[in-house]
Design a protein around this ligand. Structure first.
Ligand SMILES: Nc1ncnc2c1ncn2[C@@H]1O[C@H](COP(=O)(O)OP(=O)(O)OP(=O)(O)O)[C@@H](O)[C@H]1O
Ligand SMILES: [Mg+2]
Length: 296
């Protein structure tokens, strides 16, 4: 297939550029500050780089606990190592980013840019299924993602490819959420490469149910709001200490969490400075929230 034919094929796929972790509209979204989340990031890297059979890592945590920040950090890391297959950041109320209708087609478009042979396989799939963008999630996954990946034979190092899916809870349809989880778990069947799916969400019941259905052999999980108070204190101290560090923060996202944090902590709003919010976002529950906040 010529380059022009490939481009024509890919243009048939519904793609949402703004869901990628490094899209222009996310340019102000920060990654983890140095020296924060060190152990967790190491644990994720060990899983992503290792031979664990479980192809999904589900990071779940309450609002504002730092899930998206960790997802961006992971995406950035593997992007720089040229091992990020795709990233999809769901966004409630964000148009197409708020549902799964273009989830697999967007992932396929991103994957196609990762290697010429993968691009070729994906384009062949589109040529064979010209109405794939309007087909079921199951068909899209099998034809556009799993199939092309399973045919790859130019991966001698058997290294892993990482998908980052953030804020599954912001995907609007509960059945779609469960379907997405179940389909992604099939990545375990790939033998020629290890596809690692790093997912985050709030611990909402339909999502917990979805992961329960795929079982412990299909995924591992980490509960962010149960993180030990020692770690929270350590991370908080890095956010607290040097003014130089504080200046590095980007505060745009903070207001989103203010209301729930006030509710959770009963700290008067006049005292809840942006810096406090930063602490609160890293704290595991209202007890450590209070401790962190009053140290500011
Ligand atoms: N390790 C960190 N270093 C620096 N800033 C952080 C860190 N963790 C969280 N933050 C900041 O805290 C705020 C909340 O984090 P984030 O948006 O990642 O939470 P979340 O768990 O994804 O929330 P939600 O459930 O609402 O999506 C953000 O403004 C983010 O920049
Ligand atoms: Mg988030």
């Amino acid at each position: 297939m010529s380059f022009a034919e490939q481009e024509r094929c890919l243009s048939k796929l519904s793609n949402i550029p703004q869901v990628a972790f490094n899209s222009f509209n996310k340019r102000h979204d920060s990654i983890c500050l140095p020296e924060t989340r060190v152990e967790l990031l190491q644990e994720i890297a060990t899983w992503a780089d290792g031979l664990d059979e479980r192809c999904i890592f589900w990071l779940n945590g309450l609002a504002g606990t730092g899930k998206s920040t960790i997802a961006r950090t992971i995406a950035r890391k593997y992007y720089e190592q040229r091992r990020l297959g795709a990233s999809f950041f769901f966004s409630r109320g964000g148009g197409d980013a708020g549902h799964a209708g273009k989830f697999f087609t967007s992932i396929a478009v991103q994957l196609a840019s990762k290697s010429p042979s993968l691009k070729q396989r994906i384009c062949e799939a589109v040529a064979d299924h010209s109405d794939i963008s309007s087909q079921s999630l199951c068909d899209q996954w099998h034809h556009l993602v799993l199939g092309p990946l399973s045919q790859l034979n130019d991966n001698p190092s058997q290294s892993s490819l990482v998908l980052v899916v953030d804020a599954l809870d912001e995907c609007e349809n509960e059945l779609d959420i469960r379907t997405v989880v179940q389909l992604l778990a099939e990545a375990q069947s790939l033998r020629n490469l290890r596809l690692r799916v790093f997912m985050t969400s709030r611990p909402e019941i339909p999502i917990r149910h979805g992961f329960y259905q795929i079982g412990e052999t299909g995924h591992r999980d980490f509960v962010l709001h149960n993180i030990s108070s020692t770690v929270v204190d350590h991370d908080s101290s890095f956010l607290a200490r040097p003014r130089r560090c504080m200046n590095d923060f980007r505060f745009e996202g903070a207001s989103k969490h203010t209301t729930s944090l006030h509710a959770a902590t009963s700290i008067p709003s006049s005292r809840t400075s942006v810096a406090m919010i930063r602490f609160l976002c890293l704290a595991r529950n209202s007890v450590s929230v209070s401790r962190c906040a009053f140290r500011v």
